[in-house]
Ligand binder design. Structure first.
Ligand code: GLN
Length: 485
């Protein structure tokens, strides 16, 4: 088998047993990236020499008999809105096109301490705003299942790179579904951890009350391993929760016997792609066969979720993105008359259309006279959604939903219809508004062979249950497949 076809946990054990070196693994993946990435455009930047140097160091550690983690020698890719010292961090934007990060995000520090090999930075929608990875100034990310289709967004590069086996694991961010949606479009597993379980220090803020970093990979074991590597308290993120480091990988087990799965049928029945509904329903049947109980639940407040999400996230974005003013970071317009003109020209030229749309919307809903009418209402709606879902989760174990209403759409199909684009997030934003953990994993294919994702949401800090359930399903069906390339 080619090295790039192995899962992360397999690579790690081959490495530990001495069958393969970190340098060989890294070379194999760099070669893979060189061969296939021009088709998918998953990477914005690739750091070959630093990756090879890091691999060599890890080999030396092994030779010295040092203790090595479960992710040691595993090549990983990082979404380009997460800071890696000495590497570019563009956020897919002209605004930061040449920005080199002077420090490491906490998750990156953790990955280095686990001896992962960071091979490069992954493509994304500009500033993580989008559902298709079409708005990056570095060009659109293409779906490994069909290069005329989008990879999903905003972490499209993360999902495409994993699906195309350019890296076994990647780390993205999820504000309203940006890990889960591309995971479902590209047939990978994607986990959005509980809000505050993973430090946001070093993640470029989009909507601080919703953003979370999380892993994407081709199997549940790798997702568990990657989550364990980045979870845990960090004093540099004031919202970070103090809880013990997770050991989901060690504790991973099969079995869903007796678990209650709540399904809000009314939310999607007859309203989504028939192939998505069919695959999702057959996933539910399988879960029942494996011993889970499914029951219909009502999510009365969920119709507020999408509008509340777009109001809150845009409001926070308008404030977070005010730092990009041509003075402190990155791009500055060439021609201007005075300081004010410099701000205006810099922001007009530096940001793309979608980012400007969010800033305008966000500024509007926060402006006096409209604050109560829109922003406050949205915050209230989010509170109601949180209350309803938390009380439902006192009675049942998980909520199951399709990840997206449809499979990967054609490139260009929705880019000029923002509201249609936003509709893709209708099932994912719920987990962000409530802060709850959610996982997406493949549950079938449509008639064109495009992957379909199932999503599970559960109580805060209960990632283990999500991983166990997905693992049970994955084991039962004999593993998730990857595209032929
Ligand atoms: N598609 C959503 C948006 O554009 C979610 C983005 C995200 O999760 N980063 O806001």
């Amino acid at each position: 088998m080619e090295i790039y076809n192995y899962y992360a946990y397999e690579l790690n054990s081959l490495f530990k047993s001495g069958e393969i070196s970190a340098s060989e693994i890294t070379k194999a993946f760099l070669e893979r990236i060189r061969t296939v990435d021009s088709k998918f455009n998953s990477f914005i930047s690739i750091y070959e020499q630093p990756a090879l140097d890091a691999a060599q160091n890890i080999d030396t550690k092994r030779a010295r008999g040092e203790q090595l983690s479960g992710l040691a020698a595993v090549p990983v890719g990082i979404k380009d809105n997460i800071a890696v010292k000495g590497m570019k961090m563009t956020c897919g934007s002209k605004m930061l096109e040449n920005f080199i990060s002077p420090y490491n995000a906490s998750v990156v520090e953790k990955l280095y301490s686990k001896d992962c090999v960071i091979v490069g930075k992954l493509n994304m929608d500009e500033f993580a705003m989008g559902s298709s990875s079409e708005t990056s100034i570095f060009g659109v990310v293409r779906n490994p299942y069909d290069i005329d289709r989008v990879a999903g967004g905003s972490s499209g590069g993360c999902a495409a790179a994993v699906s195309a086996r350019e890296v076994p694991v990647s780390f993205g961010s999820d504000t309203g579904g940006s890990i889960r949606l591309p995971a479902s479009f590209c047939g990978t597993v994607g986990l959005k951890p509980t809000y505050s379980a993973v430090s946001r220090y070093g993640l470029t803020a989009f909507s601080s009350s919703l953003d979370q970093i999380g892993p994407l990979s081709r199997c549940v074991k790798d997702t568990a391993l990657a989550y364990d590597a980045i979870s845990g308290h960090d004093s540099r993120d004031s919202t970070s929760c103090s809880f013990k480091n997770t050991k989901c990988f060690d504790d991973l087990k099969c079995g869903v016997n007796g678990l209650t799965v709540g399904v809000p049928y009314e939310l999607f029945s007859g309203k989504i792609d028939p192939s998505v509904e069919e695959s999702f329903n057959s996933f539910l049947k399988k879960a029942e066969m494996l011993g889970a109980k499914t029951e219909e639940i009502e999510l009365k407040t969920s119709r507020f979720a999408l509008p509340a999400y777009y109001v809150i996230s845009s409001a926070e974005a308008s404030s977070n993105l005010s730092r990009f003013d041509g003075v402190r970071y990155g791009f500055r317009a060439n021609h201007y008359t005075d300081t004010n003109d410099m701000y205006i020209k810099t922001r007009s030229e530096g940001f793309g259309e979608e980012v400007k749309r969010r800033i305008l919307l966000g500024t509007f809903v926060l402006s006096s006279g409209y604050y109560d009418k829109y922003y406050k209402k949205a915050v209230n709606a989010a509170r109601q959604i949180r209350n309803e879902i938390n009380s439902i989760l006192e009675k049942i174990d998980v909520i199951a939903l399709p990840t997206a209403p449809q499979t990967a759409f054609k490139i260009g199909e929705k880019i000029s219809a923002p509201v249609e684009m936003y509709n893709n997030d209708v099932f994912t934003v719920i987990a962000n508004l409530t802060g709850l953990p959610a996982i997406s994993f493949p549950c079938g294919r449509d008639n064109s062979g495009l992957p379909i994702g199932a999503q599970l949401i559960t109580r805060a800090f209960n990632e283990q249950m999500l991983l166990d359930m997905a693992y049970t399903y994955e084991t039962d069906i004999g593993g998730f497949s990857s595209p032929e390339l």
